[in-house]
Design a protein. Structure first.
Lengths: 113, 114
């Protein structure tokens, strides 16, 4: 089975711009979660989608949004980028109940200048 | 909200030796899952081991084993016969049986010395 894929792998944007990141889960996985990873804060949960519905949301401003499509692929959007948004954005998929294991993608490295 | 604490930002171990990484968590729930993930320098996060809170027996996966102390809310990872490929950042994670969110610790960077 193919693993979780994320595109693009690297991205450089300037302040004020917006960005869209994409995640394709493992085939058959219906839950997709997004995390922001920074050296100082570790992994912070952004949100989780299941069957096109957002089930959980972390403590991030409204500039961070996401969606999930009927094929379980998910996108994450960040508007009005700030320097502090520079991070590795990780996507993880799982089968959801009763399987609680998450499988991670390689991440998208976003640099905001 | 649940919190996961990894008090060792960095650890090192001699090749072929044993090392233990610590993790504590705070929760009022009785049923939950605990995980250790490994993130090598290539950045792909990999599941190392999983423990169900209702199971008293500690989980084991080859050279990796855990010491799960439910009353103490402690979940340490023991790596035996350490190999160079074990060098990575290790994250402890918690997930409740009712929620869908994972809570991660801040990670422990493990160096393996040849």
């Amino acid at each position: 089975k193919a693993g979780v894929t994320q595109t693009p792998r690297y991205l450089i944007k300037t302040r004020g711009q917006q960005v869209t990141l994409s995640c394709s889960p493992i085939s058959g996985h219906r839950s997709v979660s997004w995390y922001q990873q920074t050296p100082g804060q570790g992994l912070q949960f952004l949100f989780e989608y299941f069957s096109e519905t957002q089930r959980n949301k972390g403590n991030f401003p409204g500039r961070f949004s996401g969606r999930q499509f009927s094929n379980s692929r998910s996108e994450m959007n960040v508007s009005t980028l700030e320097l502090g948004d520079s991070a590795l954005y990780l996507c993880a998929s799982s089968l959801a109940f009763p399987n609680y294991e998450q499988y991670f993608g390689p991440g998208t490295r976003l640099t905001v200048t | 909200a649940q919190t996961v604490t990894q008090s060792q930002p960095e650890m090192s171990v001699q090749e072929a030796e044993t090392v233990t990484l610590s993790c504590t968590y705070d929760t009022s729930e009785s049923d939950y899952y605990l995980f250790w993930y490994k993130q090598p320098p290539s950045r792909q996060m990999i599941l190392v081991i999983r423990q169900e809170a209702y199971k008293q027996q500690n989980a084991t996966e080859n050279r990796f084993s855990v010491n799960f102390q439910k009353a103490a809310k402690s979940f340490s990872l023991k790596i035996s016969d350490s190999q160079l490929g074990d060098a990575a950042m290790y994250f402890c994670a918690y997930r409740s049986n009712t929620g869908n969110q994972f809570y991660f610790g801040t990670g422990t960077s493990l160096t393996v010395i040849p």
